[in-house]
Design a protein around this ligand. Structure first.
Ligand code: SF4
Length: 282
């Protein structure tokens, strides 16, 4: 059986950077407690690896002991920087620079008097972070109908959640041009998700079975699985190689393996090796 892995499968640049920053912090901070505010990445294996090294996950800053807190790549609400300072915590800010760019656009548009429309999922942590940087009127939405909440006389500025499809941003921008006279648009979508989705689709079209590695709570991994399942119904999402059922590979000549943007490349390699070794033994 041949195994194909798309070129950019697995961890994106922003998450890799956050993991690297956490490793560096551990090396520098041997004697001080270090925590992450929320799981560092949507990958239970990576999170438990850090937990084994003493990095606890806290869900609020008041749970953090005196020491260092790592803010993850999605970003945090702006008030958390102030709260961390008041609590005398050292902050390692692993917010992805692409998310920082969105935060800056959001703040600037609000200051310039625009109503800020953020295209994205209001419940996503990145959106909670970005909207907190806007001191003016704003709306987080994925539905053009919601634009009716804003007076047509207002000028609007549009930005996007980094991981949404471009078609979703375009739909809202078109609706904005119909309703408002002044529309300023900043396309803040990051290519990492799009590239992974396109490559996964290409791979799924060429194989007899697809394995998608990533946390069950990872939205981008779930999306990859849906995309692959539409093209290749024998597509299975796993968090760990022990979940693999080798009957999936019956009659399979080419197997594809991909992974969500929080899964380190080393995990993809490990799963690949595991499958190759098992098949050689049988
Ligand atoms: S998907 Fe893009 S914006 Fe999000 S962490 Fe990765 S590189 Fe940054």
């Amino acid at each position: 059986m041949k195994i194909m892995v798309p070129k950019n499968a697995g961890v994106c640049w922003g998450v890799e950077r956050a993991i690297e920053m956490a490793h560096q912090t551990l090396e520098n901070n041997l004697h001080e407690p270090t925590v992450t505010l929320g799981p560092l990445v949507h990958n239970p294996e990576v999170v438990s690896e850090f937990e084994n090294k003493g990095v606890k996950v806290v869900s609020a800053l008041n749970e953090a002991p005196q020491g260092t807190v790592i803010f993850r790549s999605h970003g945090v609400p702006v008030s958390f920087y102030e709260e961390a300072k008041e609590r005398n915590l050292t902050v390692i800010d692993a917010t992805c620079p692409f998310v920082k760019k969105s935060q800056n656009f959001a703040r600037r548009l609000g200051r310039l008097g625009y109503v800020v429309i953020v295209v994205g999922d209001a419940n996503h942590p990145e959106m909670k972070s970005v909207r907190s940087f806007i001191s003016a009127e704003h709306l987080v939405t994925m539905d053009p109908k919601d634009l009716n909440q804003i007076s047509p006389e207002k000028k609007v500025g549009v930005i996007a959640q980094t991981t949404i499809p471009k078609t979703m941003l375009d739909k809202i921008v078109d609706a904005c041009h119909e309703r408002f006279c002044e529309v300023e648009v900043y396309d803040t979508i990051c290519d990492a998700t799009k590239v992974r989705q396109e490559e996964a689709a290409e791979c799924a079209a060429q194989v007899d079975c697809m394995i998608i590695i990533g946390g069950q709570s990872s939205a981008n991994t779930k999306k990859l699985t849906q995309i692959c399942q539409k093209i290749q119904p024998k597509s299975f999402q796993i968090e760990h190689e022990r979940e693999i059922d080798f009957s999936w590979f019956s009659g399979v000549k080419i197997l594809g393996i991909t992974a969500g943007a929080s899964t380190p490349v080393s995990v993809i390699e490990r799963v690949k090796r595991f499958i190759e070794e098992k098949i050689l033994l049988n």
